[in-house]
Write a protein that binds this ligand. Structure first.
Ligand SMILES: Cc1cc2nc3c(=O)[nH]c(=O)nc-3n(C[C@H](O)[C@H](O)[C@H](O)COP(=O)(O)OP(=O)(O)OC[C@H]3O[C@@H](n4cnc5c(N)ncnc54)[C@H](O)[C@@H]3O)c2cc1C
Length: 441
């Protein structure tokens, strides 16, 4: 077991940076003793994986990554919380299994996937990761180690799926993989010239394709604002796919923190991305290119400049219609905040976790470098999202105000009630829980 001195660290957005101690070790029962929070690979963007500022200890789980059991007939696996999704893929693809839900990077741990109840391109077909979790072994605030599931402490189980580490340290995860015909993906990508065409295609694709995602170009003006590219995919038919297993892709790493991205660079990159794709492309894709396209650039978070960046992800309920999405784009235009990236996803049912982010509707994820008016932009979007009955994704968030989050989350009181039962003194806490739930530092 080792522990760093008090140093500043951050999530993926490199904002905020907060001081604390990080404790590493292979034995999660040992390293979580006295820690205020667990942390995986730090791929949440904002302050979810950071301790409150000060001298607090965070348990970093990444050295505890053993698979404890795997049933080749049912696909049920039990593994330590620090197992990464990259390693899980490497192990399960050759055996004809795949994760049922995969976020846009494979540099995440099982514990992080549970605590954020992550969703992926398969949300409309498979739901969140938590829907496939059968049981958790966890350390709760009073130090006890418990096995929780739908049958044993079901409230704690559901509060922990999407509970951002605030109901306990997850030590082990038992979950069900999905059988697959091939790890390779039959992929189709197509360009659409306006937002309506793109959203029609996204909705249509969700009926036939298990994996869908769209990217929208918000740098173009007039009718073409929101034009974009739809990617859809399914497991390839083995007769069409390469016989070999996919080998990990070559990656390159951004070596230094770059100067801040200018508005002109952001617009040019959007333009290049749109026109850089053929009108329509069909083929067999490497699973890493299809599911985790950004992983090819290591430490791409350095591209956004010294101040870091934020990803604002919100879901707008289906009943709000497209006008609600257009209004988000209007806010960004009005506040001169063109995103580098705008990703759209079609969400279906609400997750099983008490605070799971998805709901039936349209999800928008918007990347922006941090600048002087980022807080004002997030406030304006949150006014709108709250008024529409939508909500933000806390695993990406650093700037939402408590009054906005409370207005968005009718489920919050119930989750806080369960948290209080298991941790009346808020022993487990994070920078996010101080910001949003009023925990003491
Ligand atoms: C490029 C990129 C793309 C992404 N795409 C998606 C996406 O498509 N869908 C999606 O849902 N998310 C997405 N994310 C977000 C990411 O999946 C989540 O933030 C995930 O939680 C990160 O896992 P991690 O292991 O890095 O956890 P961390 O970032 O280290 O921690 C995240 C949260 O989990 C808690 N936690 C971690 N381990 C444990 C544990 N053992 N016990 C208890 N709590 C724990 C932490 O306290 C924190 O609250 C993306 C992130 C990046 C960088």
């Amino acid at each position: 077991m080792s522990e760093t001195p008090v140093t500043h660290f951050s999530g993926w957005g490199r904002y905020p940076r907060i001081a604390g101690r990080q404790r590493y070790g292979e034995n999660l029962e040992r390293i979580t003793k006295g820690a205020v929070l667990s942390r995986g690979l730090g791929r949440s963007y904002g302050d979810a994986s950071l301790p409150p500022a000060g001298d607090h200890v965070v348990a970093v789980t990444t050295r505890a990554d053993r698979v404890l059991s795997f049933d080749r007939d049912t696909g049920v696996m039990r593994a330590e919380a620090g197992l990464s999704l990259a390693e899980l893929n490497r192990l399960c693809w050759p055996l004809g299994w795949c994760p049922p839900s995969s976020p846009g990077t494979q540099s995440v741990t099982l514990g992080g996937m549970v605590a954020a109840d992550v969703h992926g391109k398969s949300h409309h077909s498979e739901g969140c990761f938590g829907a496939h979790v059968l049981a958790l072994r966890m350390r709760v605030a009073d130090g006890r180690i418990l096995d929780v599931s739908d049958d044993s402490e079901p409230e704690l189980f559901r509060a922990t799926l999407g509970g951002l580490g605030l109901t306990g340290h997850v030590l082990e995860v038992t979950f069900r993989l999905r059988p697959t015909t091939s790890p390779w993906i039959e992929a189709e990508s197509e360009r659409y010239d306006d937002l309506d065409a793109l959203l029609d295609a996204l909705a249509g694709a969700s009926l036939d394709w298990p994996y869908t995602v769209a990217w929208a170009d918000l740098s173009s003006r007039g009718k073409s604002r929101g034009r974009g590219i739809l990617d859809r995919g399914r497991a390839a038919d083995p007769k069409d796919a390469p016989r070999s297993l996919p080998v990990p892709r070559r990656t390159f790493t951004v070596p230094v923190v770059c100067p801040a991205l200018s508005e002109l660079t952001i617009r040019s990159l959007n333009f290049a991305r749109f026109w850089g794709r053929p009108q329509r492309r069909l083929g067999i894709a490497h699973p890493e290119s299809f599911f985790y396209p950004l992983d090819v650039v290591g430490r791409f978070n350095r591209l956004y400049g010294r101040r870091g960046f934020t990803q604002y992800q919100a879901v707008l309920p289906a009943r709000s219609g497209r006008a609600a999405c257009v209004k988000v784009f209007d806010i960004l235009d009005r506040m001169k905040a063109t995103p580098l990236l705008c990703v759209l996803k079609d969400f279906r049912n609400e997750g099983k976790g008490m605070l799971s982010f998805p709901m039936h509707g349209l999800s928008l994820a918007i990347d922006r470098p941090m600048c002087d008016h980022t807080q004002a932009v997030v406030d304006a979007m949150n006014d709108h999202v709250a008024a529409e009955g939508g909500r933000v994704y806390l695993a990406k968030d650093a700037l939402t105000r408590p009054e906005h989050f409370h207005a968005m989350e009718p489920r919050l009181d119930n989750w806080l009630r369960v948290r209080r039962i298991w941790d009346p003194d808020s022993v487990l806490k994070s920078a996010l829980s101080v910001r949003l739930f009023g925990d003491a530092r």
